[in-house]
Design a binder for this molecule. Structure first.
Ligand code: FNR
Length: 386
């Protein structure tokens, strides 16, 4: 077999392997999916300066973020229900990440619980929190992850309400309960037996590991959308951020900020970092691409906060483009999700190795040896939104 190279190959391999409702869940965006397309287009529009005859032999991709050394300035972004892409999917993904010196930020809504993940890995995970209405659950979860050694918490703030995802309704993943959706799901499951057997769909019922304690152990995957409808909290405000700041003594990173005024407030509250993100085009459609939002945010708070970015990053050169726009580190969502679906732990590991290779080559061709030195001086032309 020729191993998939690059995002399009991995996406194609994932499409062949997954039932349609899972592929569309990962691939899709919200509303008319224009923000999703704009994220990708904005990253690709960034040009880099070709520089020659610099000694780039001492190539070094490593960087330090939140007190930890990373082999390259890349992280796996939180992807809810990633464990449905492969058997114990989050464990396979985090192992692939750690094998490449890259951290993974676990979603609140993983299939594997944080305890299972901690038991299966040597290096502490990073964690993403949705501030659910049930604040007792939130406090318990923070205590649990702290006890397991997690020191870096991402609080996602761009999901006060779920953005309408029409593809999920068409595929039968969500939508009103009823036979049509169920029938569509079952048809896809029986026509994808390799996937169904791998993820153990015919065995014990799937649960979202971290939510089990509040659902008396009964939460099934099918109940997730109902739970999220009831528990995602549209009343979360800056006061809740202060509450979390006061109850979490590790590093705190706000995920889902695109506006410089919001970014300044994040800095004022004493967070350690933020992620310029629009949830991969899955929330506010019509928002600008994250690569377009990044320079203004980095200029506003780059001295006070560690600014990260995600959205539309598909290869190692895209990482460099985000660094050139002012990010200190970059996150990927769909790229690792498709790599996991296509090839499990090895798929994630190979994909990351390919990205490292591309980043190294890209850096060298811009005359820069160290990823830590990347910045606006690498831009070919200042983008129109600079
Ligand atoms: C996400 N994202 C996300 N973010 C988050 O904070 N918590 C979550 O549970 C999820 N779940 C999730 C599921 C799926 C299937 C996707 C594709 C994305 C958003 C994710 O962390 C990240 O911001 C985007 O995926 C980045 O965009 P790209 O790299 O997918 O273009």
């Amino acid at each position: 077999m020729v191993w998939p190279h690059g995002f399009d190959d991995l996406r194609g391999a994932a499409r062949r392997r997954l039932p349609r409702f899972m592929f569309d869940y990962v691939d899709g965006g919200s509303f008319a999916e224009t923000a999703l397309a704009r994220n990708v287009a904005a990253v690709r529009a960034v040009t880099l300066r070709q520089r020659v005859l610099n000694d780039v032999s001492a190539s070094d991709l490593s960087t330090t973020l939140f007190g930890e050394t990373l082999a390259m300035p890349l992280m796996l972004a939180p992807v809810g229900m990633g464990g449905m892409l492969r058997k114990r999917g989050e464990i396979q993904a985090i192992r692939g990440a750690h094998a490449n010196g890259v951290p993974m930020v676990l979603s609140t809504v993983t299939l594997c619980s944080v305890d299972e993940i901690a038991a299966a890995t040597q290096i502490p995970f990073w964690f993403q929190l949705y501030v659910a209405k049930d604040r007792g659950f939130v406090m318990d979860l923070l205590a649990r992850i702290k006890a397991l050694g997690c020191r870096t918490l991402f609080m996602t703030v761009d999901l006060p309400v779920p953005g309408p995802r029409w593809r999920d309704q068409r595929s039968g993943l969500s939508g009103p309960p009823g036979l049509t959706g169920q029938w569509r799901r079952w048809r896809e499951i029986v026509t994808h037996p390799r996937w169904a057997l791998d993820v153990g769909l015919l065995g014990r019922p799937h649960t979202l590991g971290n939510l089990v304690p509040i659902m008396n152990g009964r939460l099934k995957l099918a109940d997730f959308l109902r739970w999220s409808g009831q528990n995602f909290d549209p009343a979360v405000t800056w006061r809740d951020l202060e509450f979390i700041r006061n109850h979490w003594d590790g590093k705190l990173v706000l995920k889902g900020v695109t506006d410089p005024d919001d970014a300044r407030r994040v800095a004022d509250i004493g967070a350690d970092g933020l992620v310029v993100s629009n949830h991969g085009g899955r929330q506010l459609d019509g928002s600008i691409g994250t690569a377009e939002a990044l320079p203004a945010v980095a200029q506003a708070v780059g001295e006070r906060l560690t600014v990260l970015a995600d959205g539309g990053v598909r290869n190692g050169l895209d990482i460099l483009r985000m660094l050139a726009l002012g990010a200190r580190g970059v996150m990927i969502g769909r790229a690792w999700a498709f790599a996991l679906a296509a090839g499990g732990e090895e798929g994630v590991s190979r994909m990351l190795a390919q990205m490292a290779l591309e980043l190294r080559a890209g850096l060298a061709l811009t005359g820069c040896a160290r990823a830590q030195d990347a910045g606006p001086h690498l831009l070919g032309q200042l983008p129109s939104w600079w």
